[in-house]
Ligand binder design. Structure first.
Ligand code: NAD
Length: 484
């Protein structure tokens, strides 16, 4: 059995979508694996008046389809309590503290507390200051705060939010979730890069022509139209997930494999990003788009979605080229694209190597593809001599893709990240420095786009984005490896 950590979880926003879809199932998997056993308890809080029994039913419902006996599920859910709570009401924190102290005693939790803020960020400052002032933070054990995205809407608002939270908690108590950092294959990027001399030695401008990152979703905005229309793809995906993946792909080798050193290396590369050129003509590093109806008319346009302004110019697609100013990456474009209602749901990285510099063969660039989701693993496409006479080439693909069974078994991002919080490992969370630098980068693009809210390029739903995205690469003589 795994080592158990004693802790009380207090979940703010316990009646919400994220708690139901992700948090309870993740906690159950940790329970099944023995990371949580007897010495843990969960207090769910939200405005609604729920009883403990009803709350436990809700928790059982969220794990109903998972493997495990009824008895196991019942005993897991018996650790859950519900407290109706308005986060703005000071009195409620007194009641919450009494319940927390009582559970601490009952389960022998030694004062360890994890406050999970699964609510709108507009409440983060209010909650954290009350937690401190109403003494929910204990002197005895650890107190950690888990924060969901979005962390601000630009640099200024994220700094304000950070200052508010920092008034009550130190940076080393904060765990800012970027669920991409919990994905198995995102974590594998560093292993792949730094444990294979073959890859390590060619991971630079001498050997690599360009790197392409695709985070595409097939779904539209679903019920999140109201939030999304204010956010757009640049804020929702690029500032956090995309730039985190960029930093892992391009950071220098850390001297030691610890949180601080990895963070320093990630920061160094984020700080080396060149100022993007953004305009509405051909000389631009970033282009945007919005989905229109699909060509067969079966899928509706973004402007027809619920709670979306009918004349909105919010982008549902972004493609860009990112340039890094350092010795390793000078001149190597990192192409990124992300969007909704694209042809397929996929997260992948295609590393395109340079052609050989001899004229012996008519060779094609080798490509290393890192499949992050839904497939996991990697593929390497190289040139190979065709069987038979002559020296003609054909590409072959060496596959390191995991089987469906292995992929199924790989822990879900939230499970891994919550375990990290329990164990106090901050490596796979977004540090303030990274968040701030990423916002500053993205703000430069936003500033230009916000000057033109009259028009936006459209793309048919279920395509791979507007043609401007292909042109972006074509101007450098490149093309997207993944065509959807
Ligand atoms: P949700 O709207 O479904 O739930 C919000 C929760 O906050 C509810 O439990 C509600 O009762 C509670 N709440 C609202 N006002 C309150 C108040 N004044 N006092 C007490 N409780 C109050 O939201 P969600 O989808 O669960 O998302 C939660 C957080 O996670 C948000 O920050 C969101 O951006 C982030 N997030 C969600 C997802 C997702 O898939 N749902 C993904 C990534 C990030």
């Amino acid at each position: 059995m795994s080592q158990e950590t004693k802790a009380l979880f207090i979940i703010f926003g316990a009646t919400g979508d994220l708690a139901h879809r992700k948090l309870y199932p993740a906690l159950f998997r940790l329970y099944q694996k023995g990371y949580l056993q007897e010495t843990f308890a969960v207090v769910g809080t939200a405005r609604r008046e729920w009883s403990n029994d009803y709350y436990q039913e809700v928790v059982l419902d969220s794990i109903a389809k998972m493997n495990g006996s009824e008895e196991e599920k019942e005993s897991f859910s018996s650790h859950f309590r519900y407290q109706s709570h308005n986060v703005k009401d000071t009195e409620h924190y007194h009641t919450l503290r009494k319940l927390a102290d009582q559970l601490d005693e009952e389960y022998g939790l030694e004062g360890n507390r994890i406050f999970y803020l699964s609510m709108s960020p507009s409440f983060f400052g209010t909650i954290t200051s009350h937690l401190k002032e109403q003494s929910l933070v204990t002197e005895r054990g650890f107190s950690r705060v888990v924060i969901e995205k979005p962390f601000g809407t630009d640099f200024d608002s994220s700094k304000e939010l950070n200052d508010e939270i920092n008034a009550s908690f130190d940076e080393d108590q904060l765990y800012r979730i970027d669920h991409y950092l919990g994905k198995e294959m995102v974590q594998n990027i560093l292993a792949l890069r730094f444990s294979n001399r073959l890859i390590e030695n060619s991971w630079n401008k001498e050997s690599i022509s360009n790197i392409q990152i695709t985070l595409s979703e097939k779904l539209g905005v679903e019920e999140r139209g109201e939030y999304y229309d204010k956010s757009g793809a640049l804020r929702d995906m690029v500032q956090n997930h995309v730039l985190q993946v960029v930093s892992l792909l391009t950071m220098n080798k850390p001297e030691v494999f610890d949180t601080d050193t990895i963070r320093q290396e990630k920061m160094a590369v984020l700080e080396a990003l060149k100022k993007p050129v953004v305009s509405f003509d051909e000389k631009t590093d970033f282009v945007r788009g919005q989905y229109a109806q699909s060509t067969d008319g079966k899928v509706k346009a973004y402007r027809e979605e619920d709670k979306v302004n009918t004349e909105t110019t919010t982008e549902t697609f972004v493609a860009g080229q990112i340039a890094i100013h350092n010795d390793t990456w000078e001149g190597v474009p990192l192409y990124i694209r992300t969007g909704k209602r694209l042809a397929e749901k996929t997260t992948r990285v295609d590393v395109v190597f340079k052609e050989t510099d001899s004229s012996l063969f008519n060779d094609q660039p080798s490509v290393l593809t890192i499949h992050i989701n839904p497939e996991e693993g990697f593929e390497l496409t190289v040139n190979n001599k065709q069987v038979g006479p002559g020296m003609n080439l054909e590409p072959i693909t060496l596959s390191g893709l995991r089987s469906d069974e292995e992929t199924e078994k790989s822990p879900e991002a939230y499970e891994k990240l919550i375990l990290d919080v329990l164990q106090g490992d901050e490596t796979h969370f977004a540090h303030w420095g990274e968040v701030a630098t990423s916002w500053k980068y993205v703000d430069q693009i936003r500033k230009v786009w916000d000057c033109n809210t009259e028009s936006i390029p459209f793309y048919p739903a279920l395509s791979m984005g507007p043609e401007e995205s292909d042109q972006l690469l074509a101007q450098n003589g490149h093309e997207w490896v993944y065509k959807g």
